[in-house]
Design a protein around this ligand. Structure first.
Ligand SMILES: [Zn+2]
Length: 66
């Protein structure tokens, strides 16, 4: 049974060279870590992510068993 969620930045279009990935117990925590990573590594402002961007990113969050 999956008991965690993961996000690998390289799965995101245009981010193939990024080695970062996050794993956390809840999707909410994964979102927080994704946002922090985007700010630190990609100088992005997650507050500017529109609905389509968030819907796309949501498809990249996968249930995993750790
Ligand atoms: Zn990245």
């Amino acid at each position: 049974m999956p008991n965690a969620f993961s996000y690998a930045c390289r799965d995101c279009e245009g981010m193939e060279a990024c080695p970062a990935s996050v794993v956390a117990e809840t999707e909410d925590e994964v979102w927080r870590l994704m946002e922090l990573h985007a700010q630190i590594a990609h100088q992005e402002d997650p507050a500017q992510w529109d609905k389509e961007t968030r819907e796309y990113l949501a498809t990249l969050i996968k249930p995993v068993t750790v």
